[in-house]
Design a binder for this molecule. Structure first.
Ligand code: KG4
Length: 334
């Protein structure tokens, strides 16, 4: 079965072509970085307008790279939610219209399901059940993944998502947008132990996260130095902040593994492309004899290949959408 997948939940217009869940034939991501970077964050109306401009060229490029004419596509899948409604509507409506005109089925995919299954895009596939950490600009959540379509939610952030904290700290330090990659780059030359920023462990067995206290602590630290006219030790601040985020993500994931008696851990979402997080998680899993899977960074950040993969399995379980099906801003999985 040949699948055309579309993802437009936020600020990237993405399309991919897959052969079943076996092979990614093409995977195109069109970034809106130039549109939003000057505002220091995503402007929802500009995002949806840009998706309208990009959707057809991106889909056409995905079909061309896969050497697959539209007439050979058997199934269309598109992100139905969660995300920015205006952005979601562009990709999802486009997908439903195209499927209707070609008389082929269309599946609406939850963006979280894509991240939860993203390691299946790699050669080395995880075994069910496994614990999944999804960390992005909008989510920091732990799940138990039972199979390709059944997910149990174990914990979520009570305030900021990890990626949101990276973005807000980068903005505070005037480092630009998106903050994650810039902070991680700046942190490379810093000392992660230089400043002892707080870790929010919450209650003993809690699998929830909280990053707003950490963010406030960075704000207070920076404001104090600025008031005293002391030059900001940017690398040390970034590295110490990153260590605080990474330590909590790693330890809570390991706690979920032991509480739910699993032996496999996977990571997905934009923050999962953070090298320090990947390295520390890998090391901890190795010591604890836990199998660890994280896809290549291109499959951690927003992409349509994961939408195709999750959509394929939903289709196999009998789920398709009607032409009047709407998008949703919040995930029922979360
Ligand atoms: O999954 P994603 O592409 O979009 C959604 O939020 O759905 O994730 C984007 C988030 C941003 O907050 C960005 O700052 C963060 O992922 N991010 C990173 C890194 N690369 C992207 N955070 C930390 N380190 C990175 N290397």
């Amino acid at each position: 079965m040949l699948i055309l997948a579309i993802e437009s939940s936020c600020d990237d217009t993405c399309a991919a072509v897959l052969e079943d869940d076996k092979k990614v034939l093409s995977n195109i991501v069109s970034s809106q970085f130039d549109v939003h970077s000057k505002y220091g964050g995503i402007v929802p109306e500009l995002a949806s307008r840009k998706h309208i401009e990009s959707i057809w060229p991106v889909v056409a490029a995905a079909l061309k790279n896969a050497e697959t004419p539209l007439d050979q596509i058997d199934l269309i899948t598109a992100t139905q939610g969660p995300g920015l409604v205006g952005s979601l509507l562009v990709g999802f409506t486009f997908a439903k219209g195209l499927a209707l005109s070609k008389k082929i089925p269309c599946v609406g995919v939850d963006h979280m399901a894509g991240h939860l299954l993203s390691p299946f895009l790699e050669q080395n596939k995880p075994e069910f059940p496994y614990i999944a950490l999804v960390v992005s600009g909008g989510n920091s959540s732990l799940f138990k993944v039972l199979d390709h379509v059944n997910f149990e939610h174990l914990g979520r952030t009570r305030d900021d998502a990890a990626g949101e904290a990276f973005d807000k700290v980068a903005k505070l330090l005037n480092l630009g947008y998106p903050g994650g990659p810039i902070i991680s780059e700046t942190a490379n030359s810093g000392d992660g132990k230089a400043i002892n920023f707080p870790r929010a462990w919450l209650s003993k067995d809690s699998l929830d996260f909280s990053f707003s206290g950490l963010k406030t602590s960075v704000v207070n630290h920076v404001n104090k130095l600025r008031q005293q006219k002391i030059p900001l030790p940017l690398a040390d601040i970034c590295s110490s902040f990153q260590e605080a985020v990474v330590e909590v993500l790693v330890e809570k994931s390991l706690k979920a593994i032991s509480m739910h008696n699993c032996s496999t851990l996977i990571m997905g979402g934009g923050v999962a492309s953070n090298q320090r997080l990947r390295d520390r998680m890998q090391k901890r899993c190795f010591t604890e004899n836990i199998k660890f899977h994280v896809p290549a960074p291109i499959y951690c950040t927003d992409n349509a290949a994961m939408t195709g993969l999750a959509g394929y399995h939903q289709y196999q379980s009998g789920k398709t959408v009607a032409p009047d099906t709407d998008v949703y801003p919040r995930s029922p999985l979360n």
